[in-house]
Design a protein around this ligand. Structure first.
Ligand code: HEM
Length: 544
């Protein structure tokens, strides 16, 4: 018996030596990190709830100095959140391949721009870049204004009830990207509804898989009930995309539309935008005619833009609105800027207005510094690389923690303070070029960042031209969970507020009509500070 025990112990010891004392392990384990356990290294540290995992990551970032590592044979990962190392990784095409973390998106997005690599990625990026040219972005403004107006209508309908802000904002961003990427309005008919539900459910399924390490292996995931659900929703989403593309191609053919002219036409007549606002999809159809992409390629790109283009902006808008609600002085400054731009008119947002919203832009930039919608990105290192004086061997995963970078005291003194003036040009000039990367940076940066900024400015300014925001959820109420997007966890009761109840909004109107004038009376009694809103009159308060 003793012999067998000794024999077993010797085998474990040999396994431990093989796993933890090979050349790769030696290099990775030189980097500061958690204490290694016998054989399994740091594997057990990852077994935590999504909320605890997020919190644990922040604790590790505080404890270390811009870099730490994870090791569990054969998986090695470095976590970096200092601008020098981030610059090395993001500027080099050598390290632009996405890590295994992204593979869960593959069944949905296939080889679209987010996931593809090498020459395929380069070719597609070239095809799609013109879709974000200034003249094309102008056209999307029609959809962005429509979506912002619908957001205001939705808010107006839910007076006096407490609802979660996230789905309302997501609906708005989903509509916008759908109209821009596909040229299709998401109607409330059965097809539109089931597409929206399917996209939402797919997002949730991704999260569920992401936090269950035992489902990382495809063969185990495929046996699970989650896989069945995923297939069901994928088929709805893919069928919808296929139909939209088919219909648009038919429309182009039946009406003899010359896409090359339609896309290059830079006229700024709004009615023409309305007819031609499918630029993203049209560009792809044009590229297919030139033999640069096939139908399957168009489908994966449209799916990619639908995914990347709505959840991210929804998260950004949610946190921006929350922060503005919690900082009345900043909200007043934004209003003053909007009053200067719009004076007494109710007109829609134009490109010139967006350019004039300089203070609002700083507020949004500061909001996504504090709450970057994509809190981390990840690369596979195909070559050895020197990071913070450590050699990181090829094959290691490199997680770039945008959230922790954006909260470094050395880059942002008093980092948790919401201070839009950090983005005054003179302050930006003093910082490292890679100190602020909500949209990533380098050749694989976010292709949709200008669109996203336009969308956020349009939505926030439209909301603020209609409502005063009062706080319900504060920054300290937020409790994030590990996810691809910075997402708050389930509601948790705290004082009288529920996490992510969102905002208390007071409908008001810069351009008081009869209805609103009647209402001022009732509001002024309960909210005396409404008078701060210049000449804007308000009628009631409610919680959104
Ligand atoms: C506030 C909103 C947004 C944020 C914070 C954001 C952030 C990011 C980040 C961090 C990446 C790099 C991902 C990585 O390296 O793994 C990325 C890539 C990408 N984003 Fe965005 N994004 C936003 C909005 C959008 C929008 C509106 C679109 C589409 C219109 C879009 C389309 C894409 C695409 C296609 C990629 C992949 C680019 C490539 O690899 O070449 N994003 N985004």
């Amino acid at each position: 018996m003793l012999f067998f025990l000794l024999y077993f112990a010797a085998i474990l010891f040999i396994v431990h030596i093989i796993f933890n004392y090979n050349k790769r392990a030696a290099l990775i384990r030189k980097i500061p990190g958690l204490k290694d356990h016998f054989i399994v290294g740091n594997a057990l540290e990852g077994v935590k709830s999504p909320v605890d995992l997020f919190r644990f990551g922040r604790e590790l970032a505080k404890k270390h100095n811009g870099i730490y590592r994870f090791w569990c044979f054969p998986i090695g990962a470095v976590f970096i959140y200092n601008p020098d190392d981030i610059e090395i990784i993001l500027t080099s095409m050598k390290y632009h391949e996405k890590s295994v973390i992204y593979k869960f998106l593959k069944p949905w997005l296939n080889d679209g721009l987010l996931l593809s690599g090498g020459s395929k990625w380069l070719d597609r990026r070239k095809i799609l870049t013109p879709a974000f040219h200034f003249n094309i972005l102008r056209r999307y403004l029609v959809s962005l204004n429509d979506s912002a107006d619908r957001l205001v209508d939705t808010v107006n309908k839910i007076v006096n009830i407490e609802v979660d802000l996230v789905p309302i904002v997501s609906e708005c961003t989903l509509q916008s990207i759908c109209e821009s990427a596909m040229g299709t309005k998401l109607s409330d008919d059965t097809t539109g509804k089931s597409y929206k539900t399917a996209i939402h459910e797919l997002g949730l399924l991704l999260v569920q898989r992401f936090v269950r390490i035992y489902l990382y292996a495809d063969f185990l995931f495929n046996l699970s009930s989650l896989a069945k659900l995923q297939n069901k929703y994928l088929s709805i989403v893919h069928n919808f995309t296929r139909n939209v593309i088919k219909e648009r191609k038919k429309y182009v053919m039946d009406n003899g539309i010359d896409l090359s002219n339609a896309i290059s036409d830079s006229t700024d007549d709004v009615n023409i935008y309305r007819k031609k606002r499918t630029a993203m999809l049209d560009l792809l159809i044009l590229a297919e005619k030139d033999g640069l992409i096939d139908n399957a390629g168009i489908e994966e790109e449209v799916d990619t833009f639908m995914f990347e283009g709505h959840d991210t902006t929804a998260a950004a808008l949610t946190y921006a609105l929350m922060l503005i609600a919690n900082h009345p002085d900043i909200q007043d400054k934004i209003l003053a800027e909007l009053n200067d731009i719009y004076c007494d008119t109710k007109r829609a947002v134009t490109m010139e207005d967006l350019n004039a919203m300089r203070y609002l832009e700083r507020c949004i930039k500061e909001a996504i510094r504090l709450y970057p919608p994509v809190p981390f990105i990840s690369r596979k290192l195909n070559d050895d690389v020197q990071l913070s004086n450590y050699t990181v061997p090829a094959g290691t995963l490199c997680h770039i923690h945008i959230y922790d970078l954006h909260r470094l005291e050395s880059l942002y003194p008093n980092p948790t303070k919401f201070d839009p003036d950090r983005f005054l040009p003179e302050n930006v000039a003093k910082r490292h070029n890679y100190a602020y990367i909500p949209f990533s940076a380098g050749p694989r940066n976010c292709i949709g960042q200008k669109f996203a900024m336009m969308q956020m400015k349009t939505a926030v300014s439209t909301i603020l031209r209609n409502f005063k925001l009062l706080p319900v959820t504060g920054c300290s109420d937020l409790q994030f969970q590990s996810d691809l997007i910075l997402r708050n966890s389930k509601p948790v009761i705290c004082y009288d507020a529920i996490y992510f109840r969102g905002l208390q909004c007071t409908p008001c109107d810069m351009f008081a009509d009869y209805d609103n004038i009647i209402s001022i009376v009732s509001l002024k009694q309960s909210h005396p500070d409404t008078t701060k809103l210049n000449d804007r009159n308000c009628r009631a308060s409610f919680v959104v």
